[in-house]
Design a protein around this ligand. Structure first.
Ligand code: QUE
Length: 329
């Protein structure tokens, strides 16, 4: 609670957690995860606290994800216990939020990706502003959609979850409400009043703009319901629309292996409860962080930022299905 990168304070009947590591877009490191968990534990059985709010001190980001840079360094140094500890603590926090006995309200304004979705989507109320940007971009770094995403993505309408989880598509706050990731669309300008009152979120809601993916919903369901990644590519090619070409170009830049193990993980999560999905994700992180695409993807996208990852193997047709199946054992 004393960690400056997480500010946890009581404001009347509200416990407020503010993410405050703006230079890293509030990427969650293990001390931040511990600080959030500590605050939630302290407020859980405190009768003076009626609800918990999580927000950000940055106007650019709610939270860009987990501190994947540190995970990569541990993985490259062979420090597998440190890698495992990071994900175990992060996923335990996701489960704590899902089971929290008091209203847990996330105010999402700015970037909310990966681990940021993990500390918001499992809460009861997820407020998204017009400046919110949601994405599950893990396949771009050789990872898979984790933090419980293998549980919640397959529960989104149609094949939307597979679309979002494989492409890493960025969607607006309004789109996040349409998709079911967020619960309320509230203008950024109304957040201070909402924060102060926290009485009736609905009273601050604005009319919901249309869903930008609506024109593509049937194509998404047609393409992303395919059984394999090469078949998703084939169906997108057959669509032959601007949207399908753009989606193919996005997927073509992502780790072919990550697309394959992510598809398998999301499909498997459809049949698991949140706890079991998080446990399966934790097991999968062991194999994924040993795969060369993880270190290379984080290097290209987060460390060197050259955005030119060299994937192994370089194309989806060369990914060995047996090797992917072994990773999910
Ligand atoms: C895909 C991702 C992540 C990403 C970039 C991607 C991700 C993540 C970060 C990130 C951002 C800022 C930081 C940091 C990490 O970037 O999960 O340490 O300061 O956490 O293309 O999945």
């Amino acid at each position: 609670m004393t960690d400056a990168s997480v500010i946890a304070v009581r404001e009347g009947r509200i416990g407020r957690v503010t993410l405050n590591r703006p230079k890293a877009l509030n990427a969650l490191d293990s001390s931040m995860i511990a600080a959030i968990a500590e605050a939630l534990a302290a407020w859980r059985d405190d009768p003076a606290i009626e609800a918990v709010v999580i927000d950000s001190a940055s106007d650019r980001a709610f939270c860009a994800g987990g501190d994947i840079r540190a995970v990569r360094a541990h993985a490259m140094a062979g420090e597998t216990a440190a890698v495992e500890a990071f994900f175990a603590e992060e996923y335990a926090l996701n489960a704590t939020i899902a089971d929290y006995p008091k209203p847990y309200v996330a105010l999402i304004d700015g970037i909310c990706m990966g681990g940021g979705i993990g500390v918001s989507v499992h809460g009861r109320v997820r407020v998204a502003t017009e400046a919110a940007v949601f994405a599950m971009p893990e396949t771009a770094i050789g990872m898979f959609p984790d933090i419980g995403a293998t549980y919640f993505l397959p529960r989104l309408p149609g094949a939307l979850g597979l679309y979002l989880g494989l492409t890493g598509a960025r969607v607006t706050g309004a789109d996040a409400v349409h998709a079911g990731l967020a619960t309320h669309f509230v203008p950024r300008a109304a957040l201070p009043a909402l924060r102060d009152a926290l009485a009736d979120v609905g009273a601050h809601a604005a009319p919901l703009p249309p869903f930008s993916l609506e024109p593509h919903r049937t194509a998404i369901d047609r393409c992303f319901s395919a059984a394999t990644v090469p078949e998703i590519f084939a169906r997108l090619k057959a669509e032959n629309t601007d949207w399908a070409h753009a989606t193919l170009a996005t997927l073509a830049g992502h780790s072919p292996s990550a697309l394959c193990f992510s598809l398998a993980a999301i499909r498997r999560g459809a049949g698991l409860d949140l706890r079991a999905a998080l446990a399966a994700e934790l097991r999968l992180t062991r194999a994924v962080t040993q795969h060369p695409d993880f270190a290379e993807g984080v290097r290209a996208m987060v460390v060197d930022k050259d955005r030119q990852p060299r994937w192994t193997p370089p194309s989806v047709d060369q990914v060995d299905p047996a090797a992917i199946a072994a990773m999910l054992d």
